[in-house]
Design a protein. Structure first.
Length: 397
């Protein structure tokens, strides 16, 4: 038979699927994949459940039910001072991954260049390539994850059509500063291109750090497609509700891409999310406060075990350096050993790099879990490390 799609055939199973399957096989506590092990707000869930029973179960409007588009517009005004027309500048999608794909489809043609910042979420690069566009990779390096301005500027050129920016950033836990965003905005405007802004962790920031949408900077309103996620904001990742906020000049193409991907999204879940976005300030403040406490709990425990713990300003994740433990293998070997022997799962950070020579001694842990589970994971790792210390030649990894 003739060969199938070359790119997809060459793409391996996602690291999250691989590690989650390994966790299940070995009965490990899964701190790899970024999903909470607790449900989101009960009023949001009950609103979605009630919406199943009131006779609105046929196709909703392609760009989203009016209640959710209005709620997204109101949230943009409330949190960022952005005035958005819910009828012409909001598109609801089946998850943020679809939203990002639709935004890239909206602007990229074959041969266009798209700037991507490593470490990056694993769908970014394949989608850019599937669209026939050319990725230009710029690397952030641990432990500080500073924006390399000269390298970023060099990645832009006459063929640049877009940059894909993730802030707060997974897996780095970095929140881009106002100065860094201003530098990016200047490049976007000088090269007359667009910005796809993956902002799914927008409300999950810590230690006084605040998320600043690139869309709020001068000259960027018409160039940005801002992606939000109900899954991350309301701890309901299985609902797969995303939303794109963009100028009315961009929204039609985003909507056409959405039409050809999923067409629409379950209306009852959309209506539940609309209730969530209207929740009071205490909910959104509490979201950060509770997650910061979990971050601190896991970070302190990992540091006590001897990991090098990198700062986390936002997101669900802590990045750690495992070399201080004496493990000399790479991150894939470490995460496999941790899962099989310690019964705790993390994600190797090289999975978030596409170019060669990626830093290979870091592991990512998710802290969006119940405190008891975090404590149990730390206890398992402590017992594992103690056993390794007692065993001859264990430090070789």
């Amino acid at each position: 038979m003739k060969p199938q799609n070359d790119l997809l055939s060459a793409t391996g199973t996602t690291i999250f699927t691989v590690m989650s399957a390994l966790a299940t096989e070995h009965g490990a506590i899964n701190l790899g994949q970024g999903f909470p092990d607790y449900d989101g707000p009960s009023d949001v869930i009950h609103a979605a459940a009630a919406a199943l029973l009131d006779g609105r179960n046929q196709y909703p409007p392609m760009t989203g039910v009016p209640e959710l588009r209005e709620a997204v517009a109101a949230a943009n005004r409330r949190f960022y001072g952005l005035e958005v027309d819910p009828k012409t500048e909001v598109v609801v999608t089946s998850g943020a991954t679809e939203a990002i794909t639709a935004c890239l489809m909206a602007v990229l043609n074959p041969g266009d260049e798209c700037v991507l910042i490593e470490p990056l979420y694993d769908t970014y690069l394949p989608v850019v390539k599937l669209l026939g566009a050319i990725p230009r990779l710029v690397r952030l390096s641990p432990p500080k994850w500073e924006l390399p301005r000269a390298e970023l500027a060099a990645a832009f050129g006459p063929k640049t059509k877009a940059i894909l920016l993730n802030t707060p950033m997974n897996p780095a836990g970095k929140v881009f500063t106002a100065a860094e965003l201003a530098f990016i905005a200047d490049l976007v405007q000088r090269h007359d291109c667009y910005a796809v802004c993956d902002e799914v962790y927008e409300h999950l920031t810590f230690d006084g750090w605040k998320h600043i949408p690139l869309m709020t900077l001068p000259g960027m309103r018409e160039r940005c497609m801002r992606v939000g996620s109900a899954g991350k904001t309301f701890s309901l990742t299985g609902w797969k509700i995303g939303y794109v906020t963009c100028d009315k000049s961009l929204a039609p193409n985003v909507a056409k891409a959405h039409q050809n991907l999923t067409f629409t999204t379950p209306p009852n879940l959309q209506r539940g999310v609309a209730v969530g976005l209207a929740k009071g300030d205490a909910y959104f403040a509490g979201l950060s406060t509770s997650l910061q406490a979990k971050r601190d709990r896991l970070a302190a425990g990992l540091a006590k075990l001897g990991f090098g713990v990198l700062p986390t300003q936002g997101s669900y994740f802590i990045t750690t350096d495992f070399r201080p433990l004496g493990f000399m293998g790479d991150d894939v070997a470490f995460c496999r050993a941790l899962t099989v022997e310690a019964k705790v799962t993390a994600i190797p950070v090289t999975a978030f790099y596409a170019s060669g020579d990626a830093p290979n001694h870091y592991a990512r842990f998710a802290f969006c879990k119940a405190d008891a589970l975090l404590d149990a994971a730390l206890e398992r790792m402590a017992a594992w490390l103690a056993a390794r210390a007692a065993a001859p030649n264990a430090a070789a990894g």
